[in-house]
Design a protein around this ligand. Structure first.
Ligand code: I3S
Length: 128
């Protein structure tokens, strides 16, 4: 395929370490299992990688590491969800397909930035 077949390279909006747990898959509730995740917001997707700190230096090669999973933000819903956890600074992301994730950080400013940036992407996609 031609280099342009996927369109322009999507813009990298944000990347960082957050605590993550998936709580529903296709609307079906899952058992919580919190773990640190390297989260990358690029184009219309939130992409999750294994915590780079839990890997050996040689296993973490940016651009060479396979995502654990990724979330299409089109039609997604974002809500603060401190009632869903004993942890502070928790928000819930729900995809159109009924997958639900909680994301959390101990750092107030950091989680607020993530919330704002993800919401901006969702709003942009809603207007398209
Ligand atoms: O909402 P829950 O069920 O109280 O969530 C806690 C549990 O998932 C717990 O694991 P167990 O399945 O072993 O009970 C986790 O260790 C906790 O982190 C979960 O609660 P928080 O409040 O951390 O989201």
């Amino acid at each position: 395929s031609s280099p342009d077949s996927d369109g322009p390279t999507p813009e990298l909006e944000k990347a960082g370490l957050l605590n993550k747990t998936k709580i529903a898959e296709g609307g079906r509730k899952l058992r919580k299992n919190w773990s640190p995740s390297w989260v990358v917001l690029v184009g219309n997707s939130l992409v999750f990688f294994k915590d780079p700190k839990s890997q050996t230096p040689s296993s973490w090669k940016p651009g060479n590491s396979r995502p654990e999973s990724s979330v299409d933000l089109r039609g997604a819903q974002l809500h603060w969800a401190n009632e869903l956890s004993s942890k502070k600074n928790v928000f819930k992301l729900r995809t159109v397909t009924g997958n639900e994730f909680l994301l959390q950080s101990e750092t107030d400013s950091l989680i607020k930035e993530w919330y704002k940036t993800i919401q901006n992407v969702i709003d942009r996609l809603d207007r398209e």
